[in-house]
Design a protein around this ligand. Structure first.
Ligand code: SAM
Length: 175
């Protein structure tokens, strides 16, 4: 569950290219490793997270205690398809190793399009990429599922690009 590949962390943060003052949403934050990177290594103004698991919320809150107390990190219960956030309220949405377990991919992508501001960026990633670890190779999606993800993104977003990172297949798209 814990996301530990440092090269991928750097690659994902570089693709996100977060600017000062931006509001960032992570979907499926799990134990909160990326939430912590976003708060420690980017100039984001506000970092929101949604995850359906109360257990993950408790774990992520522990690993981001100071930022949660300061109000910079806001960890909520929610799902990709039902974030509970206002329309056009975030600049960047990121989701790592969660998209393949969403029960309704299209509903999730429509919701993330709804909450992004025009011109905002979405990044979704799943194990795979260049397959630099045994875990990435064992959990990678077959090409037809990657193509389905690409098509579902292109139905809703513009500028869809598939990036093969060290241990992740990542897609970026623009609202
Ligand atoms: C394998 S974990 C990945 C956690 C974290 N992103 C990471 O890479 O360490 C998948 C996460 O997706 C969450 N999840 C499951 N269904 C979801 C949904 N429909 N919408 C958003 N998140 C979901 C799970 O609760 C879990 O925290």
């Amino acid at each position: 569950m814990r996301w530990t590949n440092r090269r991928d962390q750097r690659e994902v943060l570089a693709l996100l290219d977060i600017e000062p003052g931006q509001r960032v949403l992570e979907v499926g934050y799990g134990p909160g490793a990326l939430i912590r990177l976003l708060s420690e290594r980017t100039p984001a103004d506000h970092i929101l997270g949604v995850d359906p698991s109360a257990e993950m919320r408790a774990a992520a809150s522990r690993s981001n205690r100071a930022a949660v107390a300061a109000g910079r990190v806001d960890l909520r219960i929610g799902t990709a398809a039902d974030t509970g956030l206002a329309e056009r309220s975030v600049d960047v949405v990121v989701s790592v190793n969660s998209v393949a377990v969403w029960p309704d991919l299209d509903a999730g992508l429509r919701e993330l399009h709804r909450v992004l501001k025009p011109g905002g960026t979405l990044l979704v990633a799943w194990h795979g990429g260049k397959g630099a670890s045994r875990l990435a190779r064992s959990l990678r999606l077959p090409e037809d599922r990657l193509a389905r993800l690409n098509d579902a993104l292109a139905d809703v977003f513009t500028q869809v690009v598939h990036h093969r990172l060290s241990t992740l297949d990542a897609f970026t798209a623009v609202r």
